[in-house]
Design a protein around this ligand. Structure first.
Ligand code: AMP
Ligand code: MG
Length: 348
């Protein structure tokens, strides 16, 4: 398959490009587009064939459901049974990096939902994604535009290296602002009323969600390794994700001790390090990747996936990164890194 790469620069040309992209999607093809979280691999969310093509292009198991993207949060009701809590979440966080799991309507094929009775809905906050969705008269199903198992793409070069020849078009809209995938919540009910289950942490933090819904429960798979045979609430959590080919080890401990450990490791073996700004002057330059200042979690989120890809291109035998805190945006970083490291943490 020929993959056409277009760069968004001029607003008039952009309109023509986006109409072409919408035509490709309408006729069952695949278009990669930028969002504020990561790049998405889009297909028509109402088409079983398009969903099958997405799974094939990514090399993703077809029981790992896709998120449908809509132009306006109110459109969720066309494809799912939204309710009052969805409306309140939408008012607070949409457009934005939040995905909500809702009971699906019949027009959404089971191929899109990986066989589930629920569908994931998101309204992205990115001018190109927004303009593309506006010219589509259907929802766009889009998982992250990486090959299954590699880090999510935060710029077009990542997509070009993973998906050239596997999709019809790639729209290059520059760097993704946030750099981590959306927060995913499921609306659930019990005898005490409604609550949210956090299936994947992201830039919309637990604290922010709690402002809209008092009860937010963190699903086991967010923090812990699944037990043998355990089925997660979010099928995606079953799979090893975001994994570099070089083994990744997370370091936990007093900052001075961790720095001393890293200095020694740099002498003894060939390692790549995702380091904090504060450590840089005291480490050797070779295979050193700056994730941001220790307390700057926003920059760390923005750089993480790109640096994992860069570190993985080195000839190092091991990659070290810091174990992030588990609160605020740290929970999202923790969740991605702990999975990329296959839960390998070294206490110093
Ligand atoms: P990605 O599109 O690559 O960001 O991955 C989408 C994530 O959303 C996966 O981890 C899926 O398991 C999760 N997801 C999508 N739809 C559902 C659903 N109906 N129920 C639970 N999780 C879902
Ligand atoms: Mg993904």
């Amino acid at each position: 398959m020929q993959t056409k790469v277009i760069r968004i620069t001029d607003p008039i040309e952009t309109e023509a490009h986006l109409n072409e992209a919408a035509d490709i999607l309408r006729s069952g093809g695949l278009v990669v587009f930028p969002t504020e979280t990561v790049y998405g691999l889009g297909g028509n969310g109402l088409s079983q064939e398009a969903a099958e093509k997405i799974y094939a292009a990514k090399g993703r198991p077809s029981n790992n459901p896709l998120i449908i993207h809509v132009h306006d949060p109110a459109e969720a009701d066309k494809y799912a049974f939204a309710g009052d809590l969805y409306d309140r979440l939408a008012a607070a966080f949409m457009p934005g990096p939040l995905t909500v799991i809702l009971p699906k309507r019949d027009n959404i094929p089971y191929a899109t939902t990986g066989g589930l009775e629920t569908v994931a809905v998101r309204c992205p906050d990115h001018p190109v994604a927004h303009a593309l969705l506006a010219v589509c008269d259907f929802p766009v199903a889009a998982p992250s535009a990486n090959l299954s198992g590699s880090p999510s793409p935060t710029c077009a070069d990542h997509v070009i290296s993973d998906l050239t020849g596997r999709v019809d078009m790639i729209i290059d809209g520059g760097q993704c602002e946030i750099g981590l995938e959306s927060t995913i919540v499921k609306i659930d009910h019990d005898k005490e009323g409604e609550y949210l289950t956090l299936l994947r942490p992201g830039a919309i933090t637990c604290d922010a969600l709690t402002c809209v819904c008092e009860r937010v429960i963190i699903a086991n798979a967010v923090l812990e390794q699944l037990k043998e045979g355990e089925r997660p609430l979010s099928p995606g959590m079953m799979y090893k994700h975001y994994a570099p080919k070089i083994p990744l080890v997370l370091l936990d401990g007093d900052p001075a001790d961790v720095l001393a450990f890293l200095q020694k490791e740099q002498k003894d073996k060939s390692c790549a390090i995702l380091c904090y700004l504060e450590e840089m002057p005291q480490l050797k330059d070779e295979n050193l990747f700056l994730v941001g200042a220790r307390d700057d979690l926003v920059t760390q989120a923005h750089t993480l996936f790109s640096l994992l890809r860069e570190a993985d291109k080195t000839s190092a035998s091991i990659i070290y990164a810091h174990l992030p805190p588990r609160d605020g945006l740290g929970l999202a970083l923790y969740n991605r890194l702990i999975r990329a490291a296959a839960h390998t943490v070294k206490n110093i």
